[in-house]
Design a protein around this ligand. Sequence first.
Ligand code: FEO
Length: 171
Amino acid sequence: MPTANISPLVVAELQRQLNQELAAAHSYQALSIWCAGQNLRGFAGFFAKQAGEEREHAEKIIDHLIDRGVVPDLAELARPKQDFDLLLEVAQWAQTMEQANTKGINAVYEAAAAAKDYPAQVLMHWFIAEQVEEEAWVAELVARVDDATCAGSLSALDRHSEELLGRKKPD
Ligand code: FEO
């Protein structure tokens, strides 16, 4: 492992963010389980896939820290929110999480910019672009679920959730 050559403030922000990504993975797993419990198998699969993507996001930051001589520190995971009455509440919660994640990414970028840490800025460019996609599909999710006003339309949406929302995700 190389000797660490990175500002403590940037390390702190990257550590915070990688743990936020892991917390998001845990939360998406909870949304997947809630959907499975409601026989919404399409959404259960969609959120399970999203949980995997959030873990990949955390791993990108972990790899970056290790490459720069810092051993990442994993925080304790809080119990995720899993009490919902409606799919619309689930969708809105996912949107709240993504908006918080965008704020977290921006905070890392601001710390990296202030420290003139170019590698961390380049890493965050990927995350900033990713958050545009994340916020787009989650806004579409909220709108589509809000429009599904009967059991039949909700069931159709569940069946097609992957193709409707998944098309925005990177391969
Ligand atoms: Fe890692 Fe949903 O952003």
